[in-house]
Ligand binder design. Structure first.
Ligand code: PLP
Length: 405
C-alpha cells in the first residue's frame, strides 16, 4: 500500500542533511557551550554560528535571536514575557480569533489568572483578520498586538505589515507567530516591521522541540525560564546544541530554491483542489483563493464527518488532518472555521491537506482516486442527509457523541 503524508503543517520529516549537520553535536562534540576549555568552545561556536545564520535569513542581528524549546515556547515567551515586563504601561492585549492555541491559550491565561484584558478580533469569511477591527480595538492602555503571519489550518496569509504599521504608529509592540510561514516564504523582520517573531524548526524539516524568537533591539521582555545566563540571560538552561544546529541548517536549506518549491507545491495543491471539486459534489474550499500558503488546502465535505474521512483515509495509507492536530481527538469543531462563519455542522466535515518537499504527483493522483470513494461510502452510511432537518439531526448526533467521550 502507498503511504502518502499530507500533514506537513502538523510536522515535517527531518531532512537527511540536517541530521548529518546535527550528528557531531549528538556524538563527539558533547561539550557544554558554557564551559571554559577549548573542547566546549566547539559547541559554543556551533550555537553562535547557528544564531548568525538565522539572524541573516530573518534580516535581524545576532543579538536579536533567542533559541527556545519550540514554537509554543517562543509564543509563550513573546506574549507573557512582554506582558509581564510592560504591565506598567498598560493592561490590554489584542489578538485574533484564529490564532494557534499556543497564542490563544496564553492570552486566555493572562486574562484569567493575571487580570489582563484581551480583545479577540474577528476575521472575514475568507479567514483574513480585519485590520479595521484591529484599529478600532486599540486603546490607550494597549501594550501588545499578536496576530499570526499565516494560519495553520487554512494557510491564509494575514495582513501583518499593515498591522505592524498600525502598531508602530501607536507605539504598541507587535508579535507575529510566523511558524507556518518560516521556511515556506522569505521572512524579513525589517520589511514586516515586527518587534517579536516566532519560528519552529520541525515545521521546516528540522528537529522537534527547538524554535527561535526574534526580539527587536530595545524591546523589553521578561525571561520565562529562570536559571543560568545562557542565551544572553534571556532563556536559561544548557543549550540544545544539536537542535539549534539543526534548526539553522534546516532554515538555510529551506531557502535554497524556495520560490521554485513554492511553485511546485502550489501546482500540486491546485491540482488536488481542482480534482476534488471535479470528483466530489458538495465540497467547499475554505480560506482565501490567493492570499494563501501554496501548500495548504482546507475543505469542507458536506454531510460527512472529518474524523470519519480521516480514519478511512488512514486505512488507505493517507495522512491528513481535520481541524488542527491539537484539537483532533476532541469533537469541538475548528475555532478557525467557526470564526470564518462556517456553521458547526459543516465545520465538522473539514479536512486539511498540507503538502511538502516530498509530495509527488503520484501522491496527489492517489488521493484523488481514494477520497471520492471514501466520501461516497460514508455518505451512504452517514446519518447526515441533505437538507436543514438532517443537518440539525447531525448536530444533535455530534453533541451526543461529545457527551459519550
Ligand atoms: C506548529 C505551530 C505552533 C506550535 O509550534 P511547536 O513547535 O509545535 O510548539 C504554533 N503556531 C503555529 C501557527 C503552528 O503551526
Amino acid at each position: 500500500m502507498r503511504f502518502v503524508y499530507l500533514d506537513y503543517n502538523a510536522t515535517t520529516p527531518l531532512d537527511e542533511r540536517v541530521l548529518e549537520a546535527m550528528m557531531p553535536y549528538l556524538k563527539e562534540q558533547y561539550g557544554n557551550p558554557s564551559s571554559i576549555y577549548r573542547f566546549a568552545q566547539n559547541a559554543r561556536k556551533a550555537v553562535e554560528d547557528a544564531r548568525a545564520k538565522v539572524a541573516t535569513l530573518l534580516n535581524a542581528s545576532e543579538r536579536e535571536i533567542v533559541f527556545t524549546g519550540g514554537g509554543t515556547e517562543a509564543n509563550n515567551y513573546a506574549i507573557k514575557g512582554f506582558a509581564f515586563a510592560n504591565r506598567h504601561k498598560g493592561n490590554h492585549i489584542i489578538t485574533s480569533q484564529i490564532e494557534h492555541h499556543a497564542v490563544l491559550n496564553v492570552c486566555k491565561y493572562l486574562e484569567e489568572r493575571h487580570g489582563f484584558e484581551v480583545t479577540y478580533v474577528p476575521v472575514d469569511s475568507y479567514g483574513v483578520v480585519d485590520v479595521d477591527a484591529v484599529r478600532e480595538a486599540i486603546r490607550d492602555d494597549t501594550i501588545l498586538i499578536t496576530i499570526m503571519h499565516a494560519n495553520n489550518e487554512t494557510g491564509v496569509l494575514q495582513p501583518v505589515e499593515e498591522i505592524a504599521k498600525l502598531a508602530k504608529e501607536r507605539g504598541i509592540c507587535f508579535h507575529t507567530d510566523a511558524i507556518q510561514v518560516a521556511g515556506k516564504m522569505r521572512v524579513d523582520v525589517q520589511a514586516l516591521g515586527v518587534d517579536l517573531l516566532s519560528i519552529s524548526a520541525h515545521k521546516f524539516y528540522g528537529p522537534k522541540g527547538v524554535g527561535a524568537l526574534f526580539i527587536r533591539k530595545g524591546v523589553r521582555i521578561d525571561p520565562l525560564i529562570h536559571g543560568g545566563h545562557q542565551e544572553m540571560g534571556k532563556r536559561a538552561g544548557t543549550e540544545n546544541v544539536a537542535g539549534i544546529v539543526g534548526l539553522a541548517e534546516a532554515f538555510a536549506l529551506a531557502h535554497e530554491g524556495m520560490e521554485e518549491e513554492w511553485e511546485r507545491e502550489k501546482r500540486l495543491r491546485d491540482k488536488l483542489e481542482r480534482g476534488i471539486l471535479e470528483r466530489i459534489p458538495d465540497v467547499i474550499v475554505n480560506g482565501h483563493p490567493e492570499k494563501r500558503l501554496a501548500n495548504t488546502l482546507n475543505i469542507v465535505v458536506k454531510y460527512v464527518e472529518g474524523e470519519a474521512m480521516l480514519l478511512s483515509m488512514d486505512v488507505e495509507g493517507i495522512c491528513a488532518s481535520s481541524g488542527s492536530a491539537c484539537t483532533s481527538g476532541s469533537l469541538e469543531p475548528s475555532h478557525v472555521l467557526t470564526a470564518m462563519g462556517i456553521p458547526h455542522e459543516l465545520a465538522h466535515g473539514s479536512l486539511r491537506f498540507s503538502l511538502g518537499r516530498f509530495t509527488t504527483e503520484e501522491d496527489i493522483d492517489y488521493v484523488l482516486d481514494v477520497l471520492p470513494k471514501v466520501v461516497e461510502r460514508l455518505r451512504e452510511i452517514s446519518p447526515y442527509g441533505v437538507g436543514k432537518e438532517e443537518l440539525e439531526r447531525a448536530a444533535e448526533y455530534s453533541s451526543r457523541r461529545r457527551q459519550v467521550h
